[in-house]
Ligand binder design. Structure first.
Ligand SMILES: N[C@@H](CCC(=O)N[C@@H](CS)C(=O)NCC(=O)O)C(=O)O
Length: 234
């Protein structure tokens, strides 16, 4: 465990457009862990001629962002990275101290990963109206389930912000873009309340999107859809 007076250098290899990177950025900021960011755009948004840092190529097992370096150790994959940060740093933890609380946070974090992220990605990668509508319905249903979690508790897994917030916040930052790309679900009232509470968190300011960022995501996926349709001769 790291002591506060000897913090190891922390470097995040990531990009704002990647929701998995945003989880890690959020957790680092929320926990006030000083860090540097090395911008590694996902392949789809990589400018021509961009040189991927050799350190990233060497240590990222699947060539995916996010990747984190703490001291001279590396981890990839957002949820294992979040867990690793909990092991490495004491300050402002995002996992509760008790075993039952920890397992609830882990369960809900994993649930968000599969049940919220999958339809979210389905909305923007959807290329026909039926598929987009199905993903939109699944996303609305998943957000409704999250609404049930915050019915009595202020946060997704109890009385304090946790890794579940880190897992979910990337969805919140792109809700405007998702609506423009075919997410038609009305935001559950309880989820809207939770989103408001998240906006007040320290980590939020580090990951919140500007209108330009929302426009960029929307523009990219509109072009992607047009290209897929053109290739199919539609
Ligand atoms: N399961 C991984 C998924 C990470 C992922 O899919 N990252 C994307 C960008 S959002 C990526 O790096 N894709 C490879 C590429 O773009 O070359 C996680 O949770 O971190």
């Amino acid at each position: 465990m790291t002591t506060p007076d000897t913090p190891p250098p922390v470097t995040l290899f990531g990009h704002w457009i990647c929701p998995y990177s945003v989880r890690v950025s959020f957790a680092l900021a929320e926990r006030r862990i000083a860090h540097e960011v090395v911008v590694v755009p996902p392949t789809a948004v990589r400018p021509p001629g961009f040189v991927v840092p050799p350190e990233f190529v060497e240590h990222s097992p699947r060539g995916e962002i996010p990747m984190l370096r703490v001291g001279d150790a590396y981890r990839a994959d957002s949820l294992p990275i979040l867990d690793w940060l909990e092991e490495q740093f004491d300050e402002r933890p995002l996992l509760p101290a008790d075993a039952a609380g920890r397992s609830r946070v882990r369960e809900r974090t994993a649930w968000i990963d599969s049940h919220v992220f999958t339809p979210m990605i389905g909305v923007y990668y959807g290329t026909d109206v039926e598929r987009i509508a199905r993903a939109s319905d699944a996303l609305a249903a998943a957000l409704g389930e999250m609404g049930a979690w915050v019915e009595d508790d202020p946060w997704l897994a109890g009385g304090a912000p946790s890794l579940a917030e880190a897992a979910a916040v990337p969805v919140y930052v792109r809700l405007g873009a998702l609506a423009r790309l075919g997410f038609t679900g009305a935001l559950d009232r309880r989820v809207a309340g939770h989103l408001d509470r998240c906006r007040g968190l320290e980590g939020w300011a580090h990951v919140a999107w500007t209108d330009d960022q929302n426009d960029e995501l929307v523009g990219r996926f509109r072009r992607y859809r047009a290209d897929v349709r053109a290739a199919a001769g539609d």
